[in-house]
Structures are given as C-alpha cells and as structure tokens.
Design a protein around this ligand. Structure first.
Ligand SMILES: Cc1cc2nc3c(=O)[nH]c(=O)nc-3n(C[C@H](O)[C@H](O)[C@H](O)COP(=O)(O)OP(=O)(O)OC[C@H]3O[C@@H](n4cnc5c(N)ncnc54)[C@H](O)[C@@H]3O)c2cc1C
Ligand code: SF4
Length: 489
C-alpha cells in the first residue's frame, strides 16, 4: 500500500482508506514566514497536525522542515495524496514524479459531479440551483423526489433579530481542553516570534477542535443542544455573545477533521428522529452542503483570474488599524466589537463577516485582493479556496454579480435591526450627515453614488437607486465620507 501524504487540511479519518495505511505528515515553517497569520490560527494548524502525528504514532512519518521540498527529500517511497485545496499546491504535487494525485475528499459533492451539473446549464451558476441539485443527487431531506416540507429553502424563516433581553438560551459549545501538545505549540510559536516571524491578533486558549474526536464531540453537542436555535438566530448579532447558536465547526471541516456529509446526515437525523425544527435543520444543511461546497467548486470551476476581479475599481489599500486588528482605534460600536472579536478569537460568525467587515471594506473601496489575504490569514477557518466565492464574489461584488444578484451593502439600519450594537454607539444609524452620521449609513449612500455607473442595472437594485436620486444632500454625504476615508470610524 502506498504511503498517503496528508496535507495539514486533510487530517481526519476519511482521508485514509485503511486504518493501518502508512502516512506522511509535513510541518513546514516557511509557510508561517510567508504570511502574517493570526496567532490562534497558527496554533490551531500546528496543534491539529501534531495531534494527528501523535495519534498515528508509528504509522506516520512526521517531518518538520523549513519547506515541503526539503521534507520530501527525507522520504524516498512513492506517495499518493488527495487532491490539495489550492491551485499552487495542486501544481506542486502534480509536478512531482513519484506522487499520485487522488480525487478530492472533504466535500459533499465531487468535482466531476459539479462540472457535469455546471456544464449542462445556461446562465449564471447560482448557489440555490446547485444546492437543489446536491440535495437530489445525495438524497438529503427528501420525501420521495420532493423536498421535505414542500420547500427547498426556509431562509425567510431564519432571519430573526436577536432576543430583546440580549441572551440566547442555549448551552455554550464545549471548549477543547489544551494538553501538552498545545503547550509545546505555544512555546514554539513564542520562540518563532523571537526569531522574527510575525503573527497578528492575540494569543488565547484554543477554542476550536484539533482532533477528529474533539470535532465530533462539538458536532454532537451542536445537533443536540444548539441546532434548534441555529435557524432563527442565524443572522443575529449580540455584543455579549459572539457564538449565538452557530456550530463553530468551519475550522474543523476545513482542517479535514470532520466529514461534512456526517454533519449533514446528523442534522437530517435530528429532524427525522428527534423533532429538530425543519427550518433550522434545512438552514444548517444549506450552509454545509450548499454554501460550503459551492465555494469549493466555484474556486476550481471558474478560471483562476476570478480571484483577481476588481469590477468596482476599488483602489485603496487596507489601513494599518485594520491590518493590525486594532479595535481600540475604532469608536463605531459594531465595528469595534467585531474587529475585537477577530483580534481575540480569530473568528466571528457569518453576518459580522459579511455585513460589518465586508460591508465596511466595500463601502470604503478597499482592494479586494488585499481583503482576500486579510480574511485568509486572520480567521481560523480561512483558506484560499473559500475566499474567492465569499470575499471576491459575495462580499465585495468584485466580479459584478457572477455569483450574486446584487452587492451585499447596507446602511446602519440593517445592523440596528439585527444586533444590539447601535444603542451603545456614539453614532446614530438614522443619520447620514453631520456629527452623529453613522459611518455605515453615510458610507452606504456614498458607495452607491460613487459606483452607480459600475453596478450593472438590475431589478433588485432599482428601488435603491431610485432612493439615491431623491437624496437632496448626496453631494455633502459623498464629501463627508471622502474625508472620513479609511480612517478608523
Ligand atoms: C467575507 C466572508 C469571509 C468568509 N471566510 C470564510 C473562511 O475563511 N472559511 C470558512 O469556512 N468560511 C468563511 N465564510 C463563511 C462563513 O462565514 C463561515 O463558514 C462561518 O461563519 C463559520 O462559522 P460556523 O462554523 O459557526 O458556521 P455555521 O454558521 O454554524 O454554518 C455551518 C457551516 O456551514 C459552512 N458555511 C456556511 N456558510 C458558508 C460559506 N459562505 N462558505 C463556506 N462555508 C460556509 C461552514 O463550514 C460552517 O461551519 C466567510 C464568509 C464571508 C461573508
Ligand atoms: S450606529 Fe452605525 S456605527 Fe454605530 S453601531 Fe450602529 S451601525 Fe454601527
């Protein structure tokens, strides 16, 4: 049996065919020299890799080296590897004579099945259509050939604002217990910092699973105790509760610790046997086999230049306070809290990413390519494949609607409705001009005014563009936001 080379995002049992299969694991230090990663992300990757090496013991050759090239010189045997997750890594392994590249694992739908589906379609490849195909193809949440409950999506039922008393009544997710491996990782990272390797953010306890066992425990707890509240509060934000009812499983999926299909089947079973609410179950399944797989497939299916799109001609560089995660420089309560969450945990949930961070970057005209790099390195779950769809497409509209029907841009009214941030803020979401002008509300109008000729005309934008023409003080708002520029609001 060939030795299976497992990259650091292929660490779960589903990346091996046989329990006794010989394995190669490589820890490359150069990876951490090339980019400024969040310290907790670096910790998680190293911890997961070293835990896997410890689990496999004699079954694995574990090489710690400066580069992959140097590590590979220490292993002479033929190797096989599952399709890596970035274009650069795929080109690298394909260029090695003694390495056989196997099909990808760790996603619900295969690359071939996606390509067959996509090749046969005319027009835009929307997530909703792919999700329906994937449900049918894998027989998930179906009654015969119909969707359970009669609808493919319960999205409209999953948009509740946060509870008025500021508390969501669900048990907190179980946190991993750090062990000797984590202690050694922390000591090594301290040493690397002394040697000059730079990290962003604050160190903190490891909050995300580093082993398949920890990931499975978090999934089980989520399905039993948190899934029911996941749906309704999926889009809500609370200053005192960053997790709400989210699963906090993305890092575990992306490290390859947890098979997404196990999570999908587990959620379906929670509906069929434990009475979990359909809207929550469908919402979670849509995230995992819909959005996550869609991000993966579109990364490979669309040409590589997709990730360098900049259709709105956004030219400003990311400011230093943003790069440094300097939340204390920011007064705007929502952005202060969310940026602080990235600094302290290397994770915030989907809506703070999309409607606070991404929204702000879009309004300010920051370069999508720099933002891609920022999200990739500052988040525990950030990887190149997940960036193009989420940052370039969904959040920054840099591809002018290849995967979305309109830009995800909004003013403070949305944040006010979906969070408890605005009450404690020096700005007012209803104001777009003057001292109290909310930077999101003012930024929203300024963004639309600046980009109205670049955003393709479409029915979903028509009402907004009409409102824009009715704003009598638009020039003053644009001038005000030009002056605010990229300074911390
Ligand atoms: C600007 C931006 C950047 C993002 N960057 C990342 C990233 O680096 N890595 C990442 O995994 N996700 C990313 N996402 C998607 C999503 O925000 C995270 O997957 C989610 O917040 C992770 O928290 P969770 O595990 O509690 O997710 P839950 O809310 O519990 O959702 C369940 C699972 O669905 C999957 N999922 C949901 N939405 C998406 C999506 N849009 N794309 C891919 N998977 C999805 C994740 O695996 C997640 O664990 C990004 C979204 C935006 C808007
Ligand atoms: S008023 Fe504006 S800046 Fe302040 S919290 Fe609300 S949306 Fe954010």
């Amino acid at each position: 049996m060939s030795r299976r080379w497992l990259f650091a995002d292929q660490l779960g049992p589903h990346f091996l065919d046989d329990r006794g299969q010989p394995v190669l694991l490589i820890e490359s230090k150069a990876v951490f020299r090339r980019r400024v990663y969040h310290r907790q992300k670096a910790h998680l990757i190293l911890s997961a890799l070293r835990h896997r090496a410890a689990e496999l013991d004699d079954q694995a050759v574990f090489v710690r080296a400066e580069t992959y090239g140097q590590a590979l010189k220490k292993v002479r045997e033929p190797l096989e590897v599952c399709h890596p997750t970035s274009r650069a890594a795929l080109a690298f392994v394909r260029g090695l004579d003694r390495v056989t590249v196997l099909p990808a694992r760790g996603y619900v739908t295969s690359l071939e099945d996606f390509a067959d589906w996509a090749d046969g379609r005319r027009g835009a490849l929307r997530m909703e259509a792919f999700y329906r195909f994937a449900r049918e193809h894998h027989g998930v949440l179906l009654d015969g050939s119909d969707p359970v409950g009669g609808r493919w999506s319960y999205d409209t039922e999953n948009r509740e604002p946060p509870p008025k008393d500021g508390k969501l009544d669900v048990p907190a997710p179980p946190m991993p217990q750090e062990d000797d491996i984590d202690a050694q990782v922390r000591a090594d990272l301290d040493q690397w910092e002394r040697e000059g390797i730079r990290f962003a953010g604050r160190d903190g306890p490891r909050r995300f699973p580093a082993t398949a066992e920890e990931a499975t425990a978090r999934l089980r707890h989520f399905l039993r105790h948190r899934l029911a509240a996941f749906g309704p509060y999926e889009d809500a934000m609370l200053a005192t509760d960053p997790w709400l009812a989210h699963s906090m499983l993305s890092a575990a999926f992306n490290l390859g610790l947890l098979d997404p299909m196990a999570a999908v089947r587990g959620a379906e079973q929670a509906y069929r046997t434990q009475g979990a609410p359909l809207a929550s179950v469908e919402g979670f399944i849509r995230q995992v086999m819909g959005w996550r797989d869609y991000a993966w497939h579109t990364y490979w299916y669309f040409e590589p230049t997709w990730r360098t799109s900049n259709g709105l001609a956004a030219r400003r560089s990311l400011p230093g306070w943003w790069n440094d995660l300097d939340a204390d420089a920011v007064d705007a309560h929502c952005l202060h809290d969310v940026l602080g969450g990235v600094r302290d945990r290397a994770w915030v949930h989907h809506i703070p990413r999309l409607m606070v961070l991404g929204n702000y970057a879009l309004q300010r005209g920051w370069r999508p390519a720099e933002l891609v790099e920022w999200f990739r390195t500052r988040f525990v779950d950030g990887y190149e494949w997940v960036m193009t769809g989420n940052v370039v497409g969904l959040s920054q509209y840099a591809d002018l609607g290849r995967t979305t029907t309109k830009p995800y841009v909004s003013g403070g009214a949305y944040i006010n409705r979906m969070s408890d941030y605005c009450g404690g803020c020096r700005y007012d979401p209803r104001h777009h001009l003057g001292e109290k002008a909310c930077p999101f509300t003012a930024g929203y109008w300024a963004f639309l005014a600046t980009n109205r000729t670049r955003i393709p005309a479409n029915a979903r934008m028509a009402r907004t563009m009409k409102q824009l023409t009715r704003l009598t003080d638009l020039d003053a708002v644009v001038a005000q936001e030009k002056q605010r520029g990229s300074d911390p609001p």
